[in-house]
Structure formats: structure tokens, C-alpha cells
Design a protein around this ligand. Structure first.
Ligand code: GLN
Length: 277
């Protein structure tokens, strides 16, 4: 007989992270994945039959690199319970840095207009809408499949985010008080991509230096921002200097960065000076 404690120990011995093993076991047992206290109080219970088989299958898929969020179908982002699957990027906690920054720049605006470009699961747009109920938030994605995920999340969470299909800012008029994006930014040949094969490549990679989509967004944004409006972008840990140079060259002022949970400058942004041509 295998107990819950033994099953978890075996999974960890096989290389799974403790938190991953716990979340997958809770999911296999039909319990909420945050209910880790339950596992502690039931660690002597037997794990048999269907739940055991489900759990073993989930562990095998996790060991092959599938994100836990795809296996459980859920991800918590900025306090929101999102549904996610392989149609969208698995939202990262680092991206909460971008949400926090956007909320700061939007704080003085009573009913701001905001665009989230490449919304994926809708994570950023939905977090902003929830925190700033008077905002008019547009969630844009080129992928119809991703938009279906974002729309379903908006509906389930009762948040009035408007989801539209589009190629970054093409076809959008604005003016926006803030444009935010976590675009793809990994260089196409980056070996790091090999560990991310379960996520959509179109959400991850962007040209030889990873900056193709950021260049497009920076070029399109000034014409769609209100005077004093902000463009805030997530980027790779080593791209801050390049992104900030692009922002300055496009006429942005107050160009600066924000650090992620690991202390890397993960987001850069700037504001559009009044009277910008
Ligand atoms: N931060 C993610 C990673 O490096 C990539 C997300 C993105 O490309 N926007 O794993």
C-alpha cells in the first residue's frame, strides 16, 4: 500500500518539485490545488485505484516538461483564479510586476483607457480591470485560440474586459492612458526555448534578438497614447538597456525599469510627452 506521504516522497525522489507534486496530487484527488494543509492532515491515507493512476499519469507529464498549470487547468495570477491551457502562455508571477506598475501609473486617471497587447489568458488585462473597475480595458491578441481563453476567463470572473483580435496596435485608434504588454521576447535560437516546448512558440520567441515584437509595439504606441500616457513592457532579464534605448529613440520620456521577484529589471517603460509629434 502507498500512503499519501510515500507517494509525495517518491515523486520528489524522481525529481518533481515538492509544490508541483502536492498540487498535482490534490488535482488527482479532485481537491483544490491550494489545499496543501489537507495533504498534511491526511498523509497516512492510502492512495489507490483511479486517483493513484491519475496522479502517476500527471507526474509523468510534468516530468516531460508540461507546466503544472496546464495539467491542473488553473493558475493563480494577481489573486485571480485563471483557467489556462496549452493555447496560452502559462502566466508567470514575474508579470505581476507589470500589473503593479500599470496600477501605479493609472492611479491618477479616474476612468482610464488601457490596452493589453498579446493578452494570452487575459492575465494582465483581467488583473487591471479587477483592481481598477472604472478602467476600460481592451485585451488584444493575434491568436483566436488565445482570445477564446481570455474571453472565457473574463466571463467566468465577471470582468468587463473587451477582447479583440489584432496585430499589436494595428487597427486600434486609442487614445490609451496606458499600453501594457508581455510580448514574446526570447531570441529565436535561445537554448532556453527547449525547456518551454509545451507553450505556444508565438508567445515566446521573437526574431534573432528577441526584440522584433517590442520594436513593433514601441513604433506603434506613440500615435495611440494620450499625452502623458505610459507604455509598459515586460522583457528578458538582459534586455532592459536595449528596450529603454528603443523607448528613448521613439520619443518617450521618464524611461525607466522595474525589477521582478528575482531582482532583474524585467519591465521597462516610458511616458509620452505632451505635444509629441
Ligand atoms: N518569461 C518567460 C520565460 O523566459 C517568457 C515569457 C515571454 O516570452 N513573454 O520563461
Amino acid at each position: 500500500m502507498t500512503t499519501i506521504a510515500q507517494a509525495l516522497a517518491q515523486a520528489q525522489a524522481a525529481g518533481l518539485a515538492r509544490i508541483d507534486a502536492q498540487m498535482l496530487l490534490l488535482h488527482a484527488l479532485g481537491r483544490a490545488t491550494h489545499d496543501r494543509a489537507w495533504l498534511l492532515t491526511h498523509d497516512g491515507d492510502a492512495l489507490t485505484g483511479e486517483p493513484l493512476a491519475r496522479w502517476q499519469a500527471l507526474c509523468a507529464r510534468r516530468a516531460a516538461g508540461e507546466p503544472v498549470a496546464y495539467l491542473t487547468g488553473h493558475k493563480e495570477f494577481y489573486g485571480l483564479a485563471l483557467q489556462v491551457d496549452a493555447r496560452v502562455l502559462d502566466p508567470r508571477p514575474d508579470t505581476e510586476t507589470l500589473v503593479e506598475w500599470a496600477l501605479e501609473v493609472l492611479a491618477p486617471c479616474p476612468a482610464p483607457r488601457v490596452a493589453d497587447l498579446g493578452t494570452g489568458s487575459g492575465a494582465i488585462a483581467l488583473a487591471l480591470q479587477q483592481q481598477h473597475p472604472d478602467a476600460q480595458v481592451l485585451a488584444v491578441d493575434a491568436s483566436a485560440e488565445a482570445l477564446a481563453v481570455a474571453r472565457a476567463n473574463a466571463q467566468r470572473l465577471g470582468l468587463a474586459v473587451q477582447c479583440v483580435r489584432g496585430d499589436w496596435l494595428a487597427g486600434l485608434a486609442g487614445p490609451f492612458d496606458a499600453i501594457v504588454s508581455n510580448p514574446p521576447y526570447i531570441p529565436a535560437q535561445d537554448p532556453h526555448l527547449a525547456a518551454l516546448t509545451h507553450e505556444p512558440l508565438s508567445a515566446l520567441a521573437s526574431g534573432a534578438d528577441g526584440l522584433d515584437d517590442i520594436r513593433t509595439i514601441v513604433a506603434q504606441a506613440p500615435a495611440r497614447l494620450a499625452p502623458g500616457g505610459w507604455l509598459l513592457l515586460e522583457h528578458g532579464w538582459d534586455q532592459a538597456e536595449a528596450v529603454q534605448a528603443l523607448l528613448r529613440a521613439a520619443g518617450f520620456a521618464q524611461v525607466q525599469g522595474r525589477r521582478d521577484l528575482a531582482g532583474m529589471v524585467r519591465c521597462s517603460g516610458g511616458s509620452l510627452p505632451a505635444g509629441h509629434q
